[in-house]
Design a protein around this ligand. Structure first.
Ligand code: SF4
Length: 293
């Protein structure tokens, strides 16, 4: 298999077969991110892609879901995505879903009819790291799009019937900003249909711009308890039927919920932690995180 770049897949894709479709990120400017800092964006040549498909066919011919790696393979053109999706079908006859990361920017240059066709070819299950649904936070993190863009582009996915997942980052708005971030994000997400919302909590890694800003006193991270209250607010204000997973290593307390049914129970569980665990203990946990992988 040709894994030349940093290979990263979300925890919930652990059961998918992975293949490198792209490496690196077309954007690489988010202030908190160091994932692809030292890589240029690259599309895997078709020969490589096909060799890998042949290898998968050899070992796992009945693969039903395949995850294309890279920060945003969905940034490829419609024609390129179509070619690759059809090629996957040539090799993996049982494959029903081709999932991948996508940015809001990657949807912009695709028409709804094209999205529908991609879905029909098996492209489905887009992980979108929106991180926030609050304009102030998006601008601060330099995400490069606004809440209006998220609304417009994800409505196209809804229209085309493409399943997508949002990633939200607690703590990104900094000290005192989490409550605004949670409320505005819940309001935005509630106008859309993410199949689930996955929550990470901001961890500052030394080779990021945000870390440097924190060192210079230009960014004050939210406390750990503030982040848990932010999560409570997000859960309490999400008015759609959706799953929420805040169970990655970046979360001090792992939480999963099916909303709105689990709302009260999960809010109470989080309150128990707020009432019984010390802020210092939570901060120690984060200090000991070496990576999110
Ligand atoms: S968060 Fe995603 S879009 Fe932003 S720089 Fe990192 S990989 Fe690229």
């Amino acid at each position: 298999m040709h894994f030349t770049g940093r290979t990263w897949r979300p925890p919930y894709e652990a059961h998918s077969v992975i293949i490198q479709a792209t490496s690196g990120c077309t954007y690489n400017k988010c202030k908190f991110c160091n994932l692809y800092k030292n890589e240029c964006f690259r599309m895997s040549p078709m020969e490589e892609f096909e060799e890998d498909l042949a290898e998968i066919k050899n070992y796992q011919p009945y693969t039903r879901r395949i995850f294309w790696t890279g920060a945003n393979p969905f940034g490829m053109s419609y024609d390129n995505l179509k070619l690759r999706a059809l090629t996957v079908r040539d090799y993996l006859i049982k494959c029903q879903t081709m999932a991948m990361f996508a940015s809001i920017r990657d949807i912009k240059n695709k028409e709804v009819w094209q999205l529908r066709k991609l879905k029909a070819m098996g492209i489905n299950g887009l992980s979108i790291g929106v991180e926030s649904g609050d304009d102030e936070t998006l601008a601060f993190a330099n995400k490069g799009y606004t809440t209006a863009d998220i609304l417009e582009q994800c409505r196209k996915l809804d229209e085309a019937g493409i399943e997508y997942y949002f990633v939200y980052m607690a703590g990104l708005a900094g000290k005192g900003g989490g409550y605004r971030n949670a409320r505005n994000s819940a309001r935005l997400f509630s106008q859309l249909n993410p199949y689930f919302v996955s929550v990470d909590s901001l961890t500052l890694f030394p080779d990021t711009e945000l870390y440097k800003m924190a060192q210079q006193g230009l960014f004050e991270p939210a406390g750990e308890k503030e982040r848990i209250r932010e999560l409570q607010l997000l859960i309490n204000n999400l008015n759609i039927r959706t799953h929420l997973f805040a169970n990655t290593v970046s979360n001090f307390i792992p939480v999963t919920a099916y909303l709105p049914y689990d709302r009260e129970k999960v809010t109470n569980d989080l309150q128990y932690v707020l009432d019984n665990v010390d802020e210092i203990e939570m901060q120690e946990y984060r200090k000991n995180l070496k990576s999110l992988g």
